[in-house]
Ligand binder design. Structure first.
Ligand code: SAH
Ligand code: SF4
Length: 377
């Protein structure tokens, strides 16, 4: 039994932990594999579904463990095929995942925390503050529930219509790294959903020491939300920059262990009249020069009340052109699901933490990070 008396969640257990549990119950090792496949390949919602496990084994599991399954609270479908789901956790928090179908891939954008502690001034999630970390089970179950629902909707074959995952939903994945890493291990397991590490991207606002761990301890791809080209400006937009400024962030990118042919994705939210000038584009091209990189230009998605505006379309084009002319690969990210507030930076489940708090005034953003992941900063 875990501290506090709560039963351990089967969905969060690592494979060796599941094997040990099944062994303690006097079962043969292959039963652990069967159970793992029910949990993570089939995304079973209840023990009752696991019909090839004996009733006594299911009863013993029910007595010693719990099984966390997210409840689908809302489903919103965009005209462009994007689907946003709100899921309710066991303790009544709301989190969001966004499905983005394209011709060659079907991607799910997953959340890693309820809210976010980092307080970027243009981001809706950032206005919520951090309510809590998600568990490994809550992270992977977004994928299981989405897969099951997509099969129902005819979006692809069972058990896994999804091909790609991006950790770009609510929260800062590297601020909850141990649980995100545990979730990645479940998601990449060949008896689970069996995603390829080439098809999984973790995005960070720049927690430099944890970026190193991501590179050493996993093989997934890295995306970095850069969003500004001077420390003065990034300090205002992303308070994390005061802890790890641009120079340190890019040094960590340069030393990130890169697999053959891989590139780091730099995300750059274009904020009209703020960071979308020709001078910004020139600085950006110099900053990323020499790093195997791709730049995703994301025109700001409006969040009323945050005080920013979308860039003029011709600014976006001019910015892109400057990068292109300097041989920087850059794409303008399509504004997906904006009609259902599913676009980047618009995720903030109403009621998840009691409603958005007022954003920090410029220069007063949260610099003190809480350390729920025990990361030592
Ligand atoms: N916390 C991580 C993962 C979330 S990714 C990170 O910040 O990288 C969310 C992405 O959406 C980030 O690249 C962020 O810069 C971008 N974003 C946030 N608010 C946005 C907005 N209003 N319009 C467009 N993009 C936004
Ligand atoms: Fe958090 Fe990322 Fe939003 Fe910044 S952009 S507040 S780090 S979710």
């Amino acid at each position: 039994m875990s501290p506090g008396g709560a039963l351990p969640d089967l969905r969060s257990l690592a494979r060796p932990e599941l094997a040990a549990l099944v062994g303690e119950l006097g079962e043969k090792p292959f039963r652990a594999r069967q159970l793992f496949r029910w949990l993570h390949r089939n995304g079973a919602a209840t023990l009752d579904e696991m019909t090839d496990l004996s009733r006594p084994l299911r009863a013993a599991l029910a007595a010693r463990t719990s099984l966390m399954t997210l409840e689908r609270a809302t489903e919103q479908r965009s005209v462009d095929g994007t689907i946003k789901w709100t899921w309710r956790t066991g303790d009544g928090k709301l989190i969001e995942s966004v499905y983005m179908p394209e011709t060659d891939r079907k991607t799910l954008c997953v959340s890693s925390q309820v809210g976010c502690a980092l307080g970027c001034t243009f981001c809706m999630t950032g206005t919520m503050g951090l309510a809590r970390n998600l568990t490994p089970g809550e992270i992977v179950d977004q994928v299981h529930r989405a897969n099951r629902r997509l099969v129902e909707l005819g979006e692809g074959p069972a058990p896994r219509p999804l091909t790609n995952l991006v950790f770009m939903g609510m929260g800062e994945p590297l601020h909850n790294f141990d649980r995100v890493k545990a979730a990645l291990e479940l998601l990449l397991d060949e008896d689970g959903p069996n995603f390829s590490h080439r098809h999984v991207t973790v995005s960070t606002s720049g927690l430099v020491p944890v970026m190193r761990r991501l590179g050493e301890e996993t093989q997934v791809k890295l995306a970095v939300s850069l969003n500004a080209t001077t420390d003065a400006q990034r300090d205002l937009l992303m308070p994390i920059n005061r802890r790890w400024p641009i120079g340190e962030l890019l040094a960590a990118c340069r030393s990130f262990p890169m697999k053959q042919g891989r590139r780091i994705t730099f995300e750059y939210v274009l904020l009209g009249g703020v960071n979308d000038t020709d001078a910004d584009a020139l600085r950006l091209s110099r900053l990323v020069a020499g790093i195997p990189a791709k730049v995703n230009l994301i025109p700001y998605n409006d969040n009323p009340g945050l005080g920013f505006q979308a860039p003029a379309p011709e600014r976006v084009e001019a910015f892109h052109r400057i990068l292109f002319d300097r041989n920087i690969t850059a794409v303008i990210r399509k504004n997906r699901g904006a009609d259902i507030a599913a676009a980047c930076g618009q995720l903030a489940a109403v009621g998840a933490t009691g409603g958005p708090r007022r954003p920090a005034a410029p220069g007063q953003g949260a610099v003190t990070l809480t350390d729920p992941g025990g990361l030592g900063y």
